[in-house]
Design a protein around this ligand. Structure first.
Ligand code: CAP
Ligand code: MG
Length: 400
């Protein structure tokens, strides 16, 4: 394949035919504009795009558009998106348009190495084989001081989680600076490891401006970090690329996707998570949030599965990125999540652990018990008969 092929859903304006609308996208993102221009010399035309197909779907149409590979600067993801996800969203001739997927020729993927660790590397750090990882998010998402943050982390580790992460809005605020929080959390996790023998990962949120993020990551590693976290859409693709491609950063990168729903949620307009997940994997994400099928956030199972597929499919030998299911999960909906999405996944629960009637450690144990039940082919209700923490969780939140 020598072109980039972008697939869009669109609904044309009333006065615009579907083929005209698809052509308008193609021209806008290659060599055209709204009117003919005298400066479009003969040789430029070799960069013209082509509309492969326009087929009716629901209220609108699906179109596949070929952009010549020569338009793209290899390795420059920002420019890839300026073409495939650029001005077209604002074209007046379209009442709605959504980017569904992007297929790249080898030449435009080869510059990217992908995750340093991937699923197998993170599993190796934890010592897990084929089972879901259980993670928690420190809650409340902001406000705790460093000592209390570390105590919550210790309790979660004693409850056998594999991963503890900062929430997406906690970074380096005065009430809980990284320089204080990180060493204290790592110290408490060491204490937990002495008691349980288990390594637990702590994803410290190093989100900051792109020109400082590598320095902040290296500082966090100096302070003992065994995983870092970045809010990709608020810090930018370039920030992740800088972390993913820096050989000095020898810890896995957990990627949070806060703000994504501004463009992924509307089924008629915006950008599906799938093409974004592809890029985030290329840039080096070891773990990425892909949504739940039973949690609190709006979602559709097919969309979640398409993103997971993009993170784990064979892509130029890149390591697969660990999909993260998070948002409103609790022990009562673990079975549904795993039955829908499989077990090569990280299940994350914040409220679903810290909201357990007997506290964080009990909540973590209840999540692990719900996973163990599924892995043993038992229902949570059956398993709860001789697993107290799970029984208490099911009484508290029910199960679906
Ligand atoms: C979950 C969470 C995550 C969302 C992100 C929150 O907490 O920490 O940020 O899951 O959504 O702040 O809501 P709870 P997504 O477990 O308490 O819901 O993974 O879809 O990007
Ligand atoms: Mg959060």
């Amino acid at each position: 394949m020598k072109d980039v092929i972008a697939t869009y859903y669109f609904r044309p304006r009333a006065d615009t035919k579907p083929d005209q609308a698809a052509r308008a996208i193609c021209d806008e993102e290659t060599t055209g504009t709204w009117t003919d221009i005298s400066t479009r010399t003969e040789y430029v035309k070799q960069l013209d795009g082509t509309v492969e197909s326009v087929t009716p779907q629901g209220e609108g149409y699906i179109t596949r558009i070929h952009y010549p590979a020569e338009i793209f600067e290899p390795g420059n993801v920002a420019q890839y998106l300026s073409v495939c996800a650029g001005n077209l969203f604002g074209l007046g001739r379209l009442d709605a348009v959504r980017l569904l997927d992007i297929e790249y020729p080898d030449s435009l993927i080869i510059p990217f190495k992908g995750p340093k660790f991937g699923i197998s590397g993170v599993r190796k750090m934890i010592g897990s084989k084929n089972r879901p990882h259980v993670g928690t998010i420190i809650k409340p998402k902001v406000g705790l001081n460093p000592v209390d943050t570390a105590s919550v982390a210790y309790e979660a580790a004693m409850g056998n989680v594999d991963l503890i992460k900062d929430d997406e809005t906690l970074t380096d605020q005065a009430f809980c600076p990284i320089d204080k929080r990180l060493p204290l959390v790592m110290k408490r996790l060491e204490e937990a490891k002495d008691e349980t023998g288990r390594q637990v990962l702590y994803a410290v949120n190093i989100t900051t401006r792109a020109d400082r993020i590598v320095q902040r990551a290296l500082h966090a590693i100096e302070l003992g970090a065994n995983m870092i976290m970045i809010d990709i859409f608020t810090s930018g693709f370039g920030a992740l690329q800088a972390l993913g491609e820096d050989s000095r950063i020898k810890v896995p990168i957990h990627v949070h996707r806060t703000m994504h729903a501004a463009f992924t949620r509307n089924p008629e307009h915006g950008i599906a998570m799938r093409p974004l997940a592809h890029i985030i994997r290329m840039l080096g994400a070891d773990q990425l949030h892909t949504g739940t099928v039973s949690g609190k956030m709006s979602h559709t199972t097919p969309e979640v599965k398409k993103s997971i597929d993009m993170l784990t499919c064979n892509c130029h030998g890149m390591k697969p990125t660990f999909p993260v299911s998070s948002g409103g999960l609790h022990p009562g909906n673990v079975a549904h999540e795993l039955a829908s999405l499989g077990i090569d996944i990280v299940l994350q629960a914040g409220g679903g652990i810290h909201g357990h009637p007997d506290g964080t450690a009990a909540g973590a144990r209840a999540m692990r018990q719900a996973v163990d039940a599924f892995m043993e082919g038992k229902t949570a209700e059956e398993y709860a008969k001789d697993h107290y923490e799970l029984e208490r969780a099911l009484k508290h939140w029910g199960s679906n």
